[in-house]
Design a protein around this ligand. Sequence first.
Ligand code: HEM
Length: 357
Amino acid sequence: MAESVSVTSRMACLGGACRLLPAASRAKAYSLPLLSRPPSISLSSVKCLRSSPSAFPLFLNRKFQSRSLVHPPSAGGAVGSPTCFASNPDQLKSAREDIKELLKTKFCHPILVRLGWHDAGTYDKNIEEWPRQGGANGSLRFEIELKHAANAGLVNALKLLQPIKEKYSTVTYADLFQLASATAIEEAGGPKIPMKYGRVDVSGPDQCPPEGKLPDAGPPSPATHLRDVFYRMGLNDKEIVALSGAHTLGRSRPERSGWGKPETKYTKDGPGAPGGQSWTVQWLKFDNSYFKDIKEKRDLDLLVLPTDAVLFEDPSFKVYAEKYAEDQETFFKDYAEAHAKLSNLGAKFDPPEGFST
Ligand code: HEM
């Protein structure tokens, strides 16, 4: 009885007061105070941030948009011949160390994971042409894509990565986003992700995908919707469930997505900016508690989106969700494979086979 009451009231919340915000509130979400400006960003860039209609101006500087650079053989190419890689492997390794430092001070693991996912998750396997097919190509750095409703709040992730991009300018945005996400998973206690790098960046906002490629949290038929969206990316039921397990990290904020409570006992003191509603108690720890918690649905301070709940309702999804709730090792293995696959969707690698570090 207690369980059914809590589930019902949570679903009522999802369907009622906590539902998507009206347009005015959404607009407000975009005018939230931005994180403090790193010293290296010029005032003209910031001015541009407010006025540019087409691209996220902190990322407009031409020098950061190089597609490929010539590196010495020691950078990873064949001895004796200069190699043209999209990202310099040595710089990429150093960038990883800087991301680890950032994670230690800002506790921004969740938003970096979400950034990588939203860059890659626009991919359409039915479109052959790059970059029209979407995917992990760095297009999310442009304001036009950041302003898509699904990306509310992700400008903050870009601002966190900006100083690292400036320091290691040969590392492409597409690689940096995926590097940051995989590093965040690993540093939060998750599995090692078998990543490769060398992603080429799109060069302009005209190459951004149209709005509406990412999943909605409360569609009329969540299972059908998840399949429509993830099958379009070339992912299957197992990968849908495994990847949903990333919600073991982070919080939902009503002023961003319209979902979740403004704060709970687990989020009111941070770490990081306080507030929001998490899916798990320890929302900076990557483990299988997401599956255990949504299976139980006992704690009203924990979030269960309709697209989370359906993982235990749909017969095919349920097989994996039950397994992951029982067996963290299997979850970690499947998650790592699915995450790596997601990170490669729509990516054009240079060299074509990519490189690992
Ligand atoms: C299955 C469909 C999915 C839906 C409907 C969905 C929806 C959402 C929503 C509504 C939020 C709250 C955003 C906010 O208010 O700031 C969120 C956050 C998040 N999502 Fe998902 N998501 C999905 C899949 C994924 C996947 C595949 C990943 C990663 C592999 C992911 C990673 C995250 C993370 C880490 C957060 C927390 C962000 C933070 O704390 O700042 N999600 N998601």
